[in-house]
Design a protein around this ligand. Structure first.
Ligand SMILES: [Zn+2]
Ligand SMILES: [Zn+2]
Length: 309
């Protein structure tokens, strides 16, 4: 409870410091001002056979926000990647799991976006490569961007993440990145992994939650840190217009309370990608009820899954 109040107060204080008529009012859209986007009814990643298909399925959420899903035939993890365009910079959140060319589809998307916006050289758009967290199924493609021009690859350790996103006190303060006319808030959410972050897009109201919250097995390695992170994420969600929460995997089936077995490649009847604030609040409530003694517990759309580090 102390943590919950502290988190709520910190959010409120940060708004007061910036000024209610300043960034809070400017940066935080009213629900009516949120930029719309479209999700497909299914994000099916295909079966075990690539059959010449592309290694990523690309979905245009809207003209400046793209979702990529790695094909099942390349890696059973089938992670989601996010590409968000501002005026000056574009953020790629995560680079996928092993054995796949991620640089080519990203370069293609950036070139296409530049053409659509009558922008000349792709070099004038800086690419920032950051990570929802440091696990191998989200960083495997980093090496493909290290030598790319006009590109910054953010370090995976907590100190690098904290410094890059200007998070004064980890994990309780909120950081940010300005892509040029588009501010993304960055919330530290350790527990699944020490350097885990959530990214909130003020324009669309989308909250990207990595492996900390998605329709599947929520592996918790540090139960105390995770409980505080879910509490902090819930406090943020209660004070901002969050349209949906998009994570980095789907492991649940469309049938409530039921996940696919670990390592499943082909998931033709999987849960939709999007989760909503009420599902986060339910998780927060259940985690708090556990009072630090976290046990494997299936909720309707997610499963709390503590693991030994
Ligand atoms: Zn992970
Ligand atoms: Zn993962």
């Amino acid at each position: 409870m102390r943590t919950r109040l502290a988190a709520t107060r910190r959010l409120a204080v940060s708004c007061l410091i910036i000024g209610v008529t300043g960034a809070c009012a400017r940066g935080r859209p009213s629900p009516a001002a949120v930029e719309p986007g479209r999700l497909p009814t299914t994000f099916y990643a295909g079966g075990p056979d690539c059959a010449g298909g592309p290694p990523f399925r690309v979905h245009e959420y809207n003209a400046d926000f793209f979702i990529l899903r790695q094909a099942a035939c390349t890696n059973f993890e089938k992670p989601f990647l996010y590409l968000v365009f501002g005026r000056d910079r574009v953020l790629l959140l995560d680079t996928g799991a092993q054995r796949v060319d991620v640089a080519t589809p990203i370069d293609t998307l950036i070139r296409t976006w530049m053409t659509r916006h009558n922008r000349a050289a792709a070099d004038s758009m800086q690419l920032v490569v950051a990570h929802s967290h440091a696990h191998s199924d989200h960083v495997a493609g980093d090496s493909q961007f290290v030598r790319r021009s006009a590109t910054t690859v953010v370090g995976r350790d907590t100190a690098s993440v904290r410094a890059f996103f200007h998070i004064a006190h980890w994990p309780t303060d909120i950081g940010a990145i300005d892509l040029g006319g588009r501010i993304l808030d960055v919330i530290a959410i350790p527990g699944h992994q020490a350097a885990s972050i959530a990214v909130y897009d003020r324009r669309t109201g989308v909250l990207l939650t990595g492996d900390t919250f998605y329709p599947g097995r929520l592996y918790v390695r540090d139960t105390a840190a995770y409980a505080e992170s879910i509490d902090r994420l819930s406090a943020f969600t209660r004070t901002h217009p969050v349209t949906q929460l998009l994570g980095a995997h789907v492991e649940n089936t469309a049938t409530p309370y039921r996940d696919y077995p670990e390592g499943t490649v082909d998931q033709p009847n999987e849960h939709q990608l999007a989760l909503y604030p009420r599902q986060l609040f339910e998780l927060d409530s259940v985690v708090r009820t556990m009072r630090g003694r976290m046990t494997r517990t299936a909720l309707r759309d997610v499963t709390i899954w503590p693991v030994t580090p």
